[in-house]
Design a protein around this ligand. Sequence first.
Ligand code: G6P
Ligand code: MG
Length: 216
Amino acid sequence: MKPILGVIFDLDGVIVSTDNCHYLAWKRMADEEGIAFDRTINERLRGVSRMESLAIILERADKQYTDEEKAAMAARKNSYYVELIGSLTKNDILPGALCTLAMLKEKGIKIAVGSSSRNTPIILKQIDLADTFDAVADGNAIRNSKPDPEVFLLAAKLLNLPPENCLVVEDADAGVQAALAGGMRVLGVGSAAANPNATFTAANLEKANFEMIFNL
Ligand code: G6P
Ligand code: MG
C-alpha cells in the first residue's frame, strides 16, 4: 500500500452541513412547478451536479421542459440556495472536520477539497475556510461530475500527488464510486458510511479512526 500523503474532502455533507439548504431550495422550486419531491428523492442528488439533479427531479414531472426552461429552473433553484447559504457560519462545520484538518496539517499531509458544487468558493468563505486547503477542485473546473473521477483527479493533480497516495472522504455513493474509479482509497461518512465499496467507513469525521487508516 502506498502511504497516504494527501486527503481530498468532499464539501457538502463532509465538511459542512448544506444538505438541508439544497433540499429546501429544490423543494421550493419543485413546489412552484407542482412536481413531487421529498427527502427520499433528495438522497439521490447527493454529490450529483445541479443539472443532473434537476433531471432526477424532472423524472416526476408530467410535462416536458425545453432546455431553456430547464436552465431557468436550475438558475432559480440556485438563487434560492445562494440565499440560504448566505446564513451559513462556522457553526455549520460538521463534527470532527476542524480537528481532522488540523491533525492532517500537523502530520504534513496535504489537504484539498473535491466537490461537484459550483458554490464551493462562496461556502468556504462563509465558513471561514477559504484559505485552509492546499488545493480546491470544484464544479466550476470540471466537465464530468461524480461518479466520474474528474474532480478528484484534478484535486490530486493540484496537490502534485499520484491518486494512489490520496484518500478521499465522501458522504455520497456517487463520490465513493468516483474516488475508486480514480484509483484512490475512500473513507465513507454520513450516508456513505453504509457503502460496502468504501475502503474505510465512519459515522462522521469525529468517529473516523485515522490512526488505523494511516497505518494500513
Ligand atoms: C454537491 C451536492 C449536490 C449538488 C452539487 C452541485 O455535490 O452534494 O447535492 O447538486 O454539489 O451543487 P451546486 O452548488 O453547484 O448547485
Ligand atoms: Mg457530499
